[in-house]
Design a protein around this ligand. Structure first.
Ligand SMILES: [Zn+2]
Length: 234
């Protein structure tokens, strides 16, 4: 089995997604890529999280989506994951969830404003919202087109997917990513938490604006900038 470690990592990230409370029923999935091998591994379609074993994780070609290893069908969201790997070259892991607060913002068709430093520590600005898919895009290649509108949102506004590692798709849910499946999972957890805080903040003060720009820059850059000084040296 050539992809044992990748499959184990993706299996564990899928389990952790459930343990983090981000999944109800089977709504959600995690994938991870091995770019040297040209593959990604993803949760099988419609299988209960409790029943998934590492060997059930499905490996597909990053280029074509063709199955490389595994007996089960890959998640139906596989074409969205594939497109994100193909277009966002630094991404090594992708998570999709219908987690409650992030999805509430998505269903309200609102981006998540950056209201405080918890958000600014991890995402360099609001969590963007894609446009709605057209009827044609929904009826044909729906999952791939979901990836296309995500990429379109980032490229049209000059956003760096590594600085803003998550997005909302209107009337649907959230996608998050990172340089591995585990980092993508962390970003999905953070996205849900900032969605929850922002929801309550807006309830308390509907006219609140975004945090000051200097505070956004200070908090993001001290963790992620070229002169980052937060945490311990690697
Ligand atoms: Zn979904």
């Amino acid at each position: 089995m050539a992809y044992d470690q990748l499959k184990k990592d993706v299996w564990r990230a899928n389990r952790n997604l459930v343990e983090a409370g981000l999944v109800v029923h089977t709504w959600g999935n995690v994938s991870g890529a091995n770019r040297d091998a040209g593959v990604m591994a993803i949760k099988p379609s419609g299988v209960d999280y409790d029943d998934i074993r590492p060997e059930d994780v499905v490996v597909v070609s990053l280029e074509t989506g063709a199955a490389v290893e595994g007996q089960l069908r890959p998640s139906s969201d596989t074409p969205t994951h594939l497109l994100l790997y193909q277009k966002f070259e630094s991404v090594g892991g992708v998570v999709h969830t219908h987690s409650t607060y992030a999805t509430s913002w998505a269903q309200a068709c609102r981006e998540i404003p950056c209201l405080g430093t918890t958000h600014a520590d991890h995402l360099f600005g609001p969590v963007p919202l894609t446009r709605q898919l057209t009827t044609e895009e929904i009826e044909r290649d729906y999952e791939r087109n979901t990836g296309e509108v995500i990429v379109e949102r980032f490229s049209a506004h000059g956003l760096d997917p590594m600085e803003i590692p998550g997005v909302l798709v209107p009337s649907h849910g959230a996608f998050a990513w990172g340089d591995s499946a585990m980092v993508a999972l962390q970003h999905a957890i953070i996205l849900e938490e900032v969605a929850r805080m922002a929801f309550r903040t807006v309830m308390l003060n509907p006219s609140i604006g975004e945090l000051p720009d200097a505070l956004l820059k200070k908090h993001y850059m001290r963790k992620h900038g070229p002169d980052a000084y937060y945490g311990q040296r690697a």
